[in-house]
Write a new protein. Structure first.
Length: 372
């Protein structure tokens, strides 16, 4: 019998709101950043509790000791380990969206993984172990892993499930990732590996420029911090008050949406979502490599409400104890009428550079084990 040739062009990236088998998390540990686990574990426990009620939760831990610890914590807090499984894979950090696989499916509903090149957000942070995660997950699931040489993070890939991919230029057309590449070059990779047929490009802002606004963002502005699809034709886009230093960039994005179309030629419906009023500031150095007992001046974070996590029938929205939390949740309840929209405090995660979408990676419903 002739062996089947598996080509990435047979696969496509579903939308995040389509049926999921589960969600992946890289559990926080202290191997790279001191006190990470004690600071962040409570958030991971809460997200696991909510997600496991509707689907599987796949937890990546660096070794057996940490696996036993997390299992104990889940049991101790009454969450339990049903619908939870563990995968021992060494990691540098927690940002599974960025370094993990992008899952794709074919017309036979078979699952595969795409492994982009992860360079620690343009060489800013250690990443050698994180870059191995997609291949390790694919082997454990028994699915193909399509490797390529495009440097891109999962937080800068947003799909409407119909062929349109939305992303920012600043985090991919950048000398710290893909020197010399053009939009057309990047689109070629996304066509081949994600089944994309249409592209919505937003300008974004490089980190050096972001810092001039007083905002903090080591990613060069990922799409999931500024805009997200909520159905196949509607986007929620961050827009702060006019006196916010990020207003100019995000107002530019609104203008860009008016100039671009969906894969079927239709206009993009845009719903604006507030930003946390006056921002969310960190006074903690835990996990930052400094003196963990020292608190210096407050540092701005990249806190946003667009960095929500979608699970089966759930939308988990990052909140910050901010006056705009309720406004953001109310808007998201309107655009996700079939889902339960729940706010979960994200301050501890935001202090380290992201929120719930950044630390998760959805696995679409699809057959696994078919390459074993």
């Amino acid at each position: 019998m002739e062996k089947e040739i598996i080509e990435p062009t047979a696969f496509h990236m579903p939308a995040e709101w389509q049926q999921q088998e589960g969600v992946w998390f890289q559990w926080p540990h202290d191997n790279q950043w001191p006190m990470y686990a004690v600071k962040l574990e409570g958030t991971w426990l809460r997200l696991t509790e909510l997600c496991k009620s509707v689907q599987m939760v796949h937890i990546i831990v660096p070794d057996e000791r940490r696996r036993d610890h997390v299992a104990h914590e889940l049991s101790f807090h009454g969450i339990g380990t049903d619908n939870v499984d563990f995968h021992i894979i060494p990691t540098n950090d927690i940002w599974c969206r960025d370094n993990g696989p992008t899952f794709v499916v074919d017309d036979k509903n078979r699952l595969a993984a795409v492994s982009w090149v992860f360079t620690g957000w343009g060489g800013r942070y250690d990443h050698e172990m994180d870059n191995q995660v997609p291949g390790r997950i694919a082997r454990e699931l028994g699915i193909p892993c399509f490797q390529n040489d495009l440097v891109i993070e999962g937080g800068n890939i947003e799909s409407n499930g119909k062929g349109t991919i939305m992303l920012t230029r600043s985090a991919v057309i950048n000398d710290n990732r893909n020197p010399g590449m053009t939009e057309r070059d990047v689109e070629g990779y996304l066509r081949r590996y994600l089944g994309a047929t249409n592209f919505v490009w937003l300008t974004g802002m490089k980190t050096e420029d972001v810092e001039t606004t007083g905002w903090s963002d080591d990613t060069d502005t990922h799409i999931d911090t500024v805009a997200r699809f909520v159905d196949d034709h509607t986007v929620v886009a961050s827009l702060p008050d006019e006196d916010d230093p990020q207003y100019r960039m995000l107002q530019t994005h609104l203008a860009e949406f008016k100039e671009q179309k969906l894969e079927n030629g239709a206009a993009i419906d845009v719903v604006t979502l507030p930003m946390p009023k006056s921002g969310y500031y960190s006074t903690s150095q835990i996990g930052g490599g400094g003196n963990i007992m020292e608190v210096s001046h407050a540092l701005p974070t990249d806190a946003s409400y667009t960095n929500f996590l979608i699970a089966n029938g759930l939308v988990l929205v990052p909140t910050y104890g901010n006056i705009n939390d309720d406004r953001a949740i109310a808007i998201l309840r309107e655009v996700f009428p079939q889902s339960e929209v729940i706010g979960v405090f994200a301050g501890m995660v935001a202090e380290n550079g992201g929120e719930f979408h950044c630390i998760s990676q959805q696995q679409p419903a699809g057959a696994v084990g078919w390459m074993k």
